[in-house]
Design a protein around this ligand. Structure first.
Ligand code: DGL
Length: 272
């Protein structure tokens, strides 16, 4: 059956458990500035990283429904936890809709290491997920891949605490032992973590490379839209960046401004 043509002017939907996926939205906006974007932050239910699999999948289904009902031409899963736990099931629910999903940059990390040790920093659910196990099995050959949970990091970003002695100590608790174990590449396997990147780099030191997969997600989205003839043409206007949240809209607006350095239009999300 032929699919209906995609309306190039429709927005691209991006969602995450909270504001972390704004690191992906930022990369998409940088590569595809003509695209209209709609962001859903399920902050009322964050973090996903410690919740049961069925809960995370149900929340992701709700977020995708909101984006689909809003007429989005494609969706970006800006949450490694959702990808690792249930991307197959989500795609099966929307076989006729382009869904691009972030995942930890295991392959680039393995390609970049000189020491033969890399670390994936992620939520507890991602660390335990079949998705990450598969990535390590496919690409980890001959390299030691340390999958490391990072307690408290998501909450820290949700609260906009991106720097300071407490944040630095929290990051050092995780990163210092990894560097001592020989890791020379840290793959950021949670979309909240790029907002801690300056602290992570400072703690890890100059010999350690930090990888964020968000630009690769933006390129994959570009490829998918191009293939479908659905890239939006620039009209010289900067589109507004609406954000829907299941949390407190005022808090989301404040933290989004802190993370992106720009004011987003924030509304309550029609999420259960
Ligand atoms: N930002 C998400 C991820 O990439 C989820 C973090 C969370 O809610 O625990 O995994």
């Amino acid at each position: 059956m032929a699919h209906a043509p995609i309306d190039a002017d429709a927005p691209v939907g991006v969602f995450d458990s909270g504001v972390g996926g704004l690191s992906v939205l930022r990369a998409v906006h940088a590569l595809l500035p003509a695209e209209r974007l709609l962001y859903v932050a399920d902050s009322g239910h964050a973090p996903y990283g410690d919740k049961p699999v069925a809960f995370v999948q149900a929340r992701a289904e709700h977020c995708l429904h909101v984006l689909r009902r809003a007429g989005c031409k494609a969706a970006v899963v800006a949450c490694n936890t959702v990808t690792g736990l249930s991307i197959g099931a989500l795609r099966a629910l929307h076989p006729d809709w382009p869904i691009v999903a972030i995942e930890p940059a295991v392959k680039p990390a393995v390609a970049a290491t000189h020491s033969g040790v890399v670390a994936v920093l992620a939520t507890r659910n991602t660390v335990r997920s079949a998705g990450l196990a598969r990535l390590i099995e496919q690409h980890g050959d001959g390299v030691r891949v340390l999958a490391q949970a990072c307690p408290g990091w998501v909450e820290c970003v949700e609260q906009g605490r991106l720097d300071g002695p407490q944040t630095e100590a929290m990051v050092a608790d995780v990163v210092t032992p990894l560097v001592q174990a020989g890791a020379d590449v840290l793959a950021l396997g949670c979309t909240h973590y790029p907002f801690l990147r300056p602290v992570i780099e400072r703690v890890a030191g100059p010999g350690v490379q930090v990888l964020d997969p968000a630009p690769a997600v933006a390129r994959e989205l570009q490829r998918r839209l191009q293939a479908a003839g659905a890239l939006r043409r620039a009209d010289g206007r900067t589109a507004a960046l609406p954000l829907l949240t299941s949390g407190d809209p005022a808090a989301a607006a404040a933290v989004a401004q802190r993370l992106l350095g720009e004011r987003l239009t924030v509304h309550a999300a029609p999420l259960p």
